[in-house]
Design a protein around this ligand. Structure first.
Ligand SMILES: [Zn+2]
Length: 380
């Protein structure tokens, strides 16, 4: 495989995104375009969306496209539109070293645990759903076992391998359940069945207390990568500050594997729209504030804060500091829980203020992405 094997989720056919969106909105193409233009011009009067960017899709044409279940095209080609959330449960304060570490004594015990988790899953899932065990993962969902196997081979295994190589030194010592649902209806029904969740906008979420990932795979492989980052990080650095947890996870929504398949690199994605708007509106905190604010994600500015966290991670990655920062943050957590001093040491002799200024100068050079995503941005 000489060529970079890429998830390139954002570069997937926007027509499919259009189909996805078109099915969920009564608005027509022209109306969406007008709203997007109007809202954008109100904020950026002197600029328009990237003229080289993706054209707004013709929704009329694409609705006829087949929408398959767990086939590779749907996993690889659609960007995740709205990523996720991590649910921190009360029982989640458990250190990976307690019951789970016990479980890790010998691979056999982990596999046994996985088999038990799989048995419970079979009882809970509708009878037509497949379940397979690939320790430490237990996969289930509305696909066949062959489709789950494909999802494991094509996405979950390579993402896990590269994330473990780049960041996570402690391997999972307990089962991670990954449930994949191929349609919005199936995802919503099972979110209700498992977690009593009413209809939600997210395409995926991770429940730390159960170490369970729930995914709507129609949103693409980016959501898988995002949630897997959370799930694997849980074992390696359970106290990870929230901003970094979300920044690193969302960095992998749009990522590519290196030629040798041994590392993963994030790329720019649709969240740039939120960052650019946030910067223009004065809603983006300094990096020092981001690190030190106990409210890492502000409820009314969550899209801006996710984008900010993601692009700080991307900036660190571009400066070849991300892996180093992750490990230093983790290893120095007890002495520097916010990670501020750790970052200061990493960017020295620059101050954090200088680093922040450079970050902003770098960020504003990105252009917003696509009419549709522009409209999505403006809704929030
Ligand atoms: Zn997340």
């Amino acid at each position: 495989m000489g060529i970079t094997r890429s998830m390139m989720l954002m570069l997937g056919p926007f027509v499919l995104v259009g189909a996805c969106y078109g099915l969920s909105t009564p608005r027509g193409t022209a109306e969406i375009r007008n709203l997007a233009e109007k809202a954008w011009k109100a904020t950026f009067p002197e600029e328009g969306p990237d003229p080289e960017g993706t054209e707004f899709p013709d929704l009329g044409k694409v609705e006829a496209r087949p929408r398959s279940s767990l086939q590779r095209p749907s996993l690889f080609s659609r960007p995740s539109i709205i990523a996720d959330e991590v649910t921190f449960g009360s029982s989640d304060d458990e250190e990976p070293g307690s019951t789970t570490q016990q479980a890790s004594v010998g691979g056999e015990r982990l596999t046994t645990q996985c088999e038990r988790t799989a048995d419970l899953l079979r009882e809970k899932l509708p009878s037509e759903c497949g379940v397979i065990v690939r320790a430490p993962f237990v996969l289930g969902g509305d696909g066949t076992e062959a489709q789950l196997e494909e999802a494991y081979e094509e996405l979950i295994a390579p993402i896990t391998r590269t994330l473990s190589r780049c960041y996570f030194d402690t391997p999972p010592s307990g089962p991670i359940t990954v449930l994949l649902f191929s349609t919005d209806q199936s995802f919503q029904e099972n979110a209700q069945r498992f977690d009593r969740r009413k209809r939600q906008e997210y395409y995926g979420y991770y429940l730390r207390e159960e170490r369970r990932v729930m995914l709507n795979t129609s949103s693409g492989g980016g959501t898988v990568a995002h949630e897997l980052t959370h799930a694997l990080a849980h074992f390696d650095f359970p106290e990870m500050p929230e901003w970094f947890d979300e920044g690193l996870a969302s960095l992998h929504e749009e990522a590519e594997f290196a030629d040798d398949g041994e590392s993963i690199r994030g790329r720019s994605n649709w969240r740039i729209n939120h960052l650019l708007l946030g910067l223009r509106r004065g809603q983006v905190r300094t990096i020092a504030e981001l690190l030190e604010d106990p409210e890492a994600v502000r409820p009314k500015l969550d899209a801006v804060d996710y984008a900010h966290s993601r692009y700080v991670c991307l900036y660190l990655q571009e400066r070849k500091l991300l892996t180093e920062y992750y490990r230093a943050l983790r290893d120095g957590h007890s002495a520097d829980p916010t990670g501020r001093r750790t970052l200061e040491a990493l960017v020295a002799p620059k101050t954090l203020d200088e680093f922040d200024r450079e970050f902003r100068q770098w960020a504003v050079k990105f252009r917003p992405i696509s009419w549709r995503l522009l409209f999505e941005t403006q809704r929030l």
